[in-house]
Ligand binder design. Structure first.
Ligand code: TYM
Length: 333
């Protein structure tokens, strides 16, 4: 049976990249009727230092973001990772299955640890093994993510295959990444060669899901572009990363293909395309940010929902972890 799992780190504000690459697509999958589990991966967040009060606030704000964007706790299981201890328990077993060499080849590890690997946390190095546990503790078959997580999902498959092979079982499924749509890699508004990211020092490089209409408009108006009008065909976006990015954002926000957006705006100058994008973005994003603010006024209600979600998640995870322990040979009395 198909089952969807995905997660987002509560390590700072949500960006338009998180929304278009992940949350918006999570909502589509929920609406398709498949069983869906969505997580705030707080254990992953602390692989780099998080101020405790900020972690608490960011976890609740991320929950508010999921809810405001359309995740419905009656149809999806919504929870934070640390309230489901089975993630960390299976993560330990996967630490013993995964190889150091596999981890060392992860581009995200190389980017984040950089030349200072000696000083990175052990958790940051082992991050993908915990991520594999997040997915496989539910036997999830499909994982919607942005392009940057593809390598981690491939590693999840390697861990599942090695576990199955080492123990002579056919227990963990081969999970499929689901990387679809026009915005699998939303780029910085200041530099079309860099990913839009919450850690970029320039706030003008990204749209935050908490930005108000004025901020959204200003950032899009000031977004870097080239001097050419929009091309007549999609091929004409080649080697124009900033133009391509704005068209992709437009397509994803309006649920259209890139082809359809180009067909409708062929030959348009940015002086007309940008205001159209501002209108679209404000129309789609402002209601989400105001709903987030409203939900954040009642943190106790958010915590209650997350507690309920964790209990539902554990009902699925517990038997799978127990079966794993049996396969490994742990005594359970
Ligand atoms: P994180 O928290 O960095 O990002 C959450 C999701 O947002 C996507 N994303 C983007 N998509 C398009 N354009 C962008 N600029 C952009 N920036 C972020 C990410 O691809 C991701 O889907 N390791 C994961 C969290 C995680 C997880 C998991 C995901 C932990 N366990 C299990 C799936 C399954 C991460 O750091 O995502």
């Amino acid at each position: 049976t198909p089952r969807v799992f995905s997660g987002i780190q509560p390590s700072g504000g949500l960006t338009l990249g998180n929304y278009l690459g992940a949350i918006k697509r999570f909502v589509d999958m929920q609406d398709s009727g498949i069983q869906t589990l969505y997580c705030m991966v707080d254990l992953h967040a602390i692989t780099v230092w998080q101020d405790p009060a900020a972690l608490t606030r960011n976890t609740r704000e991320l929950a508010a973001g999921y809810l405001a964007a359309g995740i419905d706790p009656a149809r999806s299981i919504l929870f934070n990772q640390s309230q489901v201890p089975e993630h960390a328990q299976l993560g330990w077993i996967f630490n013993c299955v995964a190889r150091m060499g596999w981890m060392g080849r992860m581009t995200q590890w190389k980017d984040k640890a950089g030349k200072n690997a000696e000083n990175a946390s052990l958790g940051l190095f082992g991050y993908p093994a915990l991520m594999a546990a997040d997915i496989l503790v539910y036997h999830a078959t499909h994982v919607p993510v942005g392009e940057d997580q593809k390598q981690h999902i491939e590693l999840t498959r390697d861990i599942a295959a090695k576990f199955n092979h080492d123990y002579g079982v056919d227990f963990f499924p081969m999970t499929e990444p689901v990387i679809e749509g026009a915005a699998t890699r939303v780029m910085s508004l200041r530099d079309g060669s860099r990913k839009m990211s919450k850690s970029d020092p320039s706030d003008m490089s990204r749209i935050n899901m908490t930005d108000d209409a004025d901020a959204i408009a200003k950032k899009i108006r000031k977004a870097k572009t080239d001097p050419e009008p929009l091309p007549e065909t999609v091929e004409g976006l080649k080697d124009r990363p900033e133009a391509r990015n704005l068209v992709n954002i437009y397509a994803a926000l309006s649920d259209q293909s890139v082809e359809a957006v180009i067909a409708a705006h062929a030959g348009a100058q940015f002086g007309t395309f940008k205001p159209a994008l501002v209108d679209l973005a404000v129309d789609k994003l402002a209601p989400i940010s105001s709903e987030m603010a409203r939900l954040m006024d009642d943190p106790a209600e958010i915590d209650r929902l997350l507690g309920k979600g964790a209990a539902q998640a554990r009902e699925i995870a517990t038997p799978i972890l127990q079966k794993t322990y049996d396969i490994v040979g742990m005594v359970r009395s």
